[in-house]
Design a protein around this ligand. Structure first.
Ligand code: NAD
Ligand code: MLT
Length: 525
């Protein structure tokens, strides 16, 4: 039974998929203090949050059973991603479910400040009929500057065009051609903030984007510009905004998000030019249901060993691509374990070569599996898909692909360089027969990478195989399969045996004492 904790209010409709699964026990507790959560999380396999719960490193360190954190929304700035990755905990989000709501809210906020709707409403509620005071401006023919043209920025752009606004946008991934196709202008960050009458930000809060709208940026803007932030508090420097409003540089600001949330007293709210909502961009019935459904299904998928749709700390691979590469996962991991057993030393460099039909496939997940196989030897089950590449950060890892078929329709060759030497192993997936190890260093073999094995390096001399067989017999070890290859007659040779049980250290040592035997390694896959 998997224990799932929901620590922020999520849509009841949206979490129904979780409630319907027999092997999940769902606990909803949305009033936990950070200390209580840190204690409670120990017992849970999955945690679902919105933006309120702060998933800190301390909490993650305590979460010994935790496998997945589901964020019902886009921004993951409330989750310590690095700590989650280090601990092998996958983080998933729901990037699409609230795009529409956030874009609509942005337009609503822009209209609210352009026509002073909240201020006028407030005055009227307080029995003041202030027609003269609340003269607004039209949006038509004004320029909307968009910083960040991702999902929400793009939706805002198309709606703003409906208001007959001119749109200019900056996004590192936006090209002039793409902008032209969308019927908007392309600009640098500086061009956008200089030309716009209204500026709206739709970027994530990162180290690089914190206070991207600061005093220097306000300085460059048009006199009387309007600012909208429905993305994240912290993108705009609130002190600088405050000063820019007082100096009349900024005529109005519409804010849905703040540097600290929640708050109950904020100096920006004292300014009549500021219109604000308490982080409501995604607060619609539709968006909340949709994001909760999306994360619920990803949590179910992950706990049941299936591929998730929206991983944040793992590259996302489409279902179609996954179906093609998944059969190679086992092979890649076993090649890693086989080779690290053989080298007996810590890997310093890892190289993966993919050939034949693997050429046009996305192979990073295979590299990750090979690295996982290598690291498992030293780190055990704490290594998984999420943290394998992170934990290998001191090791140089590279891969190359070639369409050439090296005798096999597909071939993965893993080379590991250690302090003292370099070794390699190749494997293939045989149609209908499954995975095979087909080469160890330069010796050709044909072995299923599974179970107990022994690799014996020896000199090609009569009687070696017999002596080795008798010794294994003496230890009551049954040989299941045997592969032998040699460099040349009487030269160096290799035997790869599959055996029915683990070969212990004593038997390994005795084998090593036999004439013509150079090295013996027991491998358990
Ligand atoms: P997205 O990932 O689709 O788009 C973000 C875009 O920002 C990307 O295209 C990226 O290239 C661009 N970008 C990154 N750094 C940039 C920079 N320095 N300058 C310009 N562009 C940059 O994300 P999205 O779904 O559109 O969400 C945008 C923001 O809105 C996020 O911060 C998200 O958390 C927030 N959000 C808020 C609410 C709300 O309730 N107020 C709701 C949903 C999303
Ligand atoms: C998000 O990033 O998805 C928004 O902030 C919405 C939310 O947290 O509800």
């Amino acid at each position: 039974m998997f224990q799932v904790l929901i620590s922020d209010p999520l849509s009841e409709e949206g979490i129904k998929p979780l409630l319907e699964i027999d092997d999940l026990k769902i606990t909803i507790d949305t009033n936990l203090s950070p200390e209580e959560l840190e204690e409670k999380i120990k017992d849970y396999d999955a945690l679902l949050v919105r933006s309120q719960t702060q998933v800190t490193r301390n909490m993650i360190q305590n979460a010994k059973k935790l496998k997945i954190i589901g964020r019902a929304g886009v921004g993951v700035d409330n989750i310590d991603l690095e700590a989650a990755t280090e601990h092998g905990i996958i983080v998933v989000n729901a990037p699409n479910g609230n795009t529409n709501s956030a874009a609509e809210h942005t337009i609503a906020m822009m209209m609210a400040i352009s026509r002073n709707i909240p201020q006028a409403y407030y005055a009227l509620k307080n029995h003041r009929w202030d027609r003269k005071k609340y003269v607004g401006v039209e949006l038509r023919d004004k320029t909307l500057g968009i910083i960040g043209l991702g999902r929400i920025g793009t939706e805002v752009a198309s709606r703003a065009k409906g208001q007959r606004m001119n749109v200019i946008a900056y996004d590192p991934f936006l090209t002039k051609e793409k902008a032209e196709k969308m019927g908007i202008a392309y600009g640098t960050f500086e061009e956008v903030i200089k030309q716009a009458d209204f500026i709206t930000v739709h970027i994530p809060l990162l180290k690089e984007t914190r206070h991207i709208i600061n005093a220097e940026a306000f300085e460059k803007m048009k006199q009387g510009v309007y600012i909208i932030n429905c993305a994240r508090g912290g993108i705009i420097d609130e002190d600088a905004l405050y000063d820019a409003i007082l100096s009349k540089k900024v005529k109005g600001a519409a804010l849905d998000v703040f540097e600290e949330e929640p708050f109950f007293d904020h100096k920006l709210l004292e300014l009549p030019e500021v219109v604000a909502t308490p982080h409501l961009g995604a607060s619609t019935i539709e968006a909340q249901e949709s994001v909760a459904i999306d994360v619920s299904y990803d949590v179910i998928r992950y706990l049941h060993g299936d591929v998730v749709r929206n991983p944040v700390n793992l590259p996302s691979v489409s279902k179609e691509i996954m179906q093609r590469i998944e059969p190679y996962f086992f092979l890649a991991e076993k090649l890693g374990t086989f080779l690290i057993d053989l080298t007996k030393e810590v890997a310093e460099e890892i190289h993966l070569s993919y050939s034949g039909e693997l050429y046009d496939m996305e192979v990073t997940p295979l590299t990750r599996n090979a690295v996982k196989g290598i690291l498992k030897k030293h780190l055990g089950t704490s290594v998984n898909d999420v943290n394998a590449l992170y934990l290998a950060k001191g090791i140089s890892i590279n891969e190359n692909k070639t369409p050439k078929q090296k005798g096999f329709t597909n071939l993965i060759t893993l080379t590991v360089k250690t302090k003292s030497y370099q070794r390699k192993v190749s494997g293939t997936l045989l149609n209908g027969l499954g995975p095979r190890i087909v080469k160890v260093d330069d010796y050709s073999v044909d072995v299923t990478p599974k179970g107990h094995m022994v690799v014996i390096e020896h000199i090609d001399q009569p009687g070696v195989i017999g002596r080795m067989g008798s010794l294994l017999g003496k230890h009551d070890i049954n040989i299941a399969t045997m592969q032998v290859d040699r460099s040349d007659i009487g030269g160096e040779a290799m035997m790869v045996l599959t055996i029915d049980r683990h070969l212990d250290a004593k038997a390994v040592e005795e084998l090593k004492q036999l004439n013509e035997i150079k090295d013996v390694v027991a491998i358990d896959l």
